[in-house]
Design a protein around this ligand. Structure first.
Ligand code: PHE
Length: 454
């Protein structure tokens, strides 16, 4: 039976390491770059509260479900779904869920790598003092010129993809695990330092807090609810098999419920801290919170260029943004690499080269959508916007929906019970109720709303 073996790719050496690695996957650009700007675009506090509901009501139960499926299957999501489908004697089409995950991982990483490349480029700018004494408009020009250059975009994207693949090729213990052990704790320390700096901006600090936590529901549209749900999936790293893959490397005796709550809590904390650190700087510098994807690249450098010790803090911030992205990027590509090794008997190196090259190619298209191809619009979005919308707002929630349905309705109760092994039967029932009813119907209702049925 699958549940007594360990994965052929290796396994986490402890519970703590799994928490670090999964937190590394969860905490990334989604928390530090995306969360603040979509909160800004969606009017602030009301969006945050909807987001928190999504994390607790949908995110945690689905994270438990996805980790559980991974640990029971012990393979890449594609093969895990195949194994679990036959174990449950279910319709073989369920294994397409694994495929959708791998494809979503490619798509996400293609743009993720471009934005992470910005973090790298900005590390260099911070180091060479490009922000020094600059005003808001000077920093905005710096940003505009940077994204207008196709070669710079492609260069930094290439560097980031190479760094990601250099970790993945080393495997579970020496690659994924070591990088998480090192980078994740440092990220927390740095964020706390930045929040400390924002606190010194007193009145702006409170304005920032007010923006994040005032619940003005009139600012909330139906689309914002979809965006909040999509962001919860994206930020927790759910619905595409990343946490399923990490679950496959999880030793048998570790509690999935506890670790899921810790990981989701840490991820949410980082997103909120990032907002608390960033909005005071936005207000203090007369910028608008609804500035879109450029938000942190246009705001924080102003502070770094003008604050005491800003040179060092600026470098550290962007280095750590890069590290946060790196520990997420490895989880986006690991399912594809593991699958190539399992199904095509590739060695890890060859699997990394092929999957890395494919993602890189897609990423070049995304990089160009900020400049040469910016006029090219599909369904009202440029390529970057389209890939982001398609993955965060459609593929991840659909993936999450199917994972919940599979864990709740298709998998035999005795299997989910033994895999989750929670001590309290009431807690198991609560989880089961959530994956059977709450999570699927919440995702479904949001979709109905978006297509205009309700
Ligand atoms: N959770 C990561 C972030 O917030 C991105 C991610 C998405 C990672 C999906 C894995 C799976 O940046």
């Amino acid at each position: 039976m699958a549940d007594t073996t360990i994965s052929q790719h290796g396994q986490w050496s402890s519970r703590f390491v799994f928490i670090l690695a999964a937190t590394g996957s969860a905490v990334g650009l989604g928390n530090i770059w995306k969360f603040p700007y979509i909160v800004g675009e969606n009017g602030g506090g009301a969006f945050v509260i909807v987001y928190l509901f999504c994390v607790i009501g949908i995110g945690i139960p689905i994270m438990m479900a996805e980790t559980m499926l991974g640990r029971r299957g012990r393979h890449s999501p594609i093969n895990t779904m195949e194994i679990l489908t036959s174990e449950a004697k279910a319709d073989p089409n369920w294994h397409y869920l694994g495929w959708m995950g791998v494809i979503a991982g490619f798509l996400i990483l293609s743009y993720y790598s471009v934005i992470a490349g910005w973090a790298l480029a900005y590390t260099g700018k911070a180091f060479f003092g490009s922000f020094f004494g600059e005003s808001a408009s000077g920093i905005a020009t710096l940003y505009d010129n940077f994204i207008a250059s196709p070669w710079q975009q492609i260069f930094w994207h290439t560097v980031f993809m190479t760094a990601t693949m250099a970790i993945v090729v080393r495997g579970v213990e020496s690659g994924l695990e070591k990088s998480a052990r090192f980078f994740v704790p440092i990220l927390f320390v740095l964020l706390i330092l930045l929040v400390g700096y924002a606190m010194t901006k007193e009145s702006y600090y409170f304005q920032g807090l007010h923006f994040l936590f005032n619940f003005d529901f009139s600012k909330l549209s139906g689309d914002s609810v979809l965006v909040a749900m999509g962001q919860a999936f994206f930020s927790l790293g759910l619905g595409m098999g990343a946490i399923m893959m990490y679950g496959a490397y999880l030793p048998k005796d570790i509690s999935i419920a506890k670790t899921s709550m810790i990981i989701a809590g840490a991820d949410t904390l980082v997103a909120l801290l990032a907002g608390i650190a960033i909005f005071p700087l936005v207000f203090a510098n007369g910028l608008t919170p609804a500035d879109g994807p450029g938000l942190i690249f246009k705001t924080l450098p102003i502070a770094f260029g003008n604050m005491f010790g800003g040179w060092l803090v600026g470098i550290l911030f962007f280095v750590l943004l890069f590290f946060a992205a790196l520990t997420s990027a490895v989880s986006l590509i690991e399912p594809a690499v593991a699958w190539l090794v399992e199904a095509h008997k590739f060695d890890r190196y060859k699997a990394c080269v092929w999957s890395g090259l494919l993602t890189w190619g897609l990423g070049v298209g995304v990089a160009l959508s900020f400049n040469l191809w910016s006029g090219l619009k599909l369904f009202g979005h440029n390529l970057f916007g389209l890939v982001d919308y398609l993955t965060s707002n459609l593929m991840l929630p659909i993936g999450g929906f199917c994972i919940a349905v599979f864990a709740g309705w298709i998998m035999q109760q005795q299997h989910s019970e033994s895999e989750l092994a929670v001590s309290s039967p009431q807690f198991y029932q609560l989880w089961k109720f959530s994956v059977c009813y709450i999570a699927p119907s919440a995702v479904f209702l949001v979709f109905l709303h978006v297509v205009g049925v309700i």
